[in-house]
Design a protein. Structure first.
Lengths: 148, 159
């Protein structure tokens, strides 16, 4: 059993599948995420595949401050992801609401709605920062499970 | 005589009360202040006869004492006529122009949602652009509106 669970853990850490979701961003962080996935910076060498549905995803890559309209949809998408799941907030707006915190149509950063595992600041967050953040997340997940 | 001045002449002949209210700001931009009573006839004339057949957008402004609604009408050659309509703050009510420009209902819904200017004749519809659970009576783009809605972080203490 231990071997199988270690195998599954190895699969999860070495090849996490992501879902990208824009919760009201200006799209700069989305462009940087896509740029990080394309061959120049190449997140895909970590086994990361961009999926189209939360049911296939391990990591939810969120950009943008949460607007009041998208809040319930974001919650629903988070609940549709199977466990173990992680959320990465990309960009300053996703981390804390950024310049839009306090606006009439903005709730706040993403952690006001769902629990966030990693924060990647920047406006927009550069591809190198995105790679750094995701690698740190994967390393901490690996360490956590080796510890337990 | 430039095109803008020709339009100015035609409008001032037809509506003598517009003489002081029409300003040619710069090339291709004409600003015109109208009262609510005369809005319909000036609008119809501009739309049908003067050739301003394109509605660019409708701007709503909170000018302190009054609300201003600016209808940006354009012609094929690029001249934009900005019709400014000032309405009182206490009972802001205007008529819809979506019978002439069907796309105007989007701009009028924005006026209703964000400034609280009631538009008579607008079809029933959802909030736009505010979310569906937005509290009634809160008009965010008014200058005296304060953001009393709960900030995101306090609500998320147990998340």
């Amino acid at each position: 059993m231990k071997v199988i669970s270690r195998l599954i853990q190895w699969g999860r850490v070495k090849s996490p599948w992501i879902l990208h979701f824009n919760t009201g961003a200006c799209n700069a962080c989305d462009i940087e995420i896509i740029a990080a996935l394309t061959p120049r910076y190449d997140l895909e060498r970590f086994g990361i595949v961009l999926k189209g549905t939360p049911r296939h995803a391990d990591i939810l890559l969120c950009s943008g401050p949460v607007t009041r309209q998208i809040e319930c949809r974001l919650k629903r998408i988070y609940e549709q992801m199977p466990k173990p799941k992680f959320v990465v907030a990309v960009g300053t707006c996703a981390c804390s609401g950024g310049v839009f915190d306090g606006c009439y149509n903005v709730k706040s950063g993403i952690d006001a709605v769902i629990p966030v595992s990693a924060y990647i600041p920047g406006c927009p967050a550069g591809p190198k920062a995105i790679i750094d953040g995701i690698v740190k997340l994967l390393e901490s997940v690996d360490k956590q499970d080796k510890g337990t | 005589m430039s095109q803008e001045e020709k339009i100015q002449q035609v409008l001032e002949e037809k509506f003598p009360y517009l003489r002081a209210a029409l300003i040619i700001k710069r090339q291709r931009r004409i600003f015109l202040d109208v009262a609510q009573e005369s809005f319909q006839e000036v609008f119809d004339f501009a739309r049908k006869t003067a050739g301003f057949s394109i509605l660019c957008t409708i701007t709503g402004m909170d000018e302190g004492e009054k609300f201003a609604v600016i209808y940006h009408l354009a012609r094929e050659d690029g001249i934009v006529l900005n019709l400014r309509l000032r309405i009182g703050r206490d009972f802001p009510l205007i008529k819809t122009i979506s019978a002439y420009f069907p796309a105007a209902d989007i701009y009028e819904r924005e006026l209703e949602d964000l400034l609280g200017i009631k538009v008579e004749g607008l079809a029933e519809g959802p909030h736009y652009p505010l979310p569906d659970n937005w509290p009634k009576g809160e008009y965010p783009l008014r200058k005296d509106w304060h953001n009393n809605l709960a900030a995101g972080r306090e609500e998320a203490k147990d998340a």
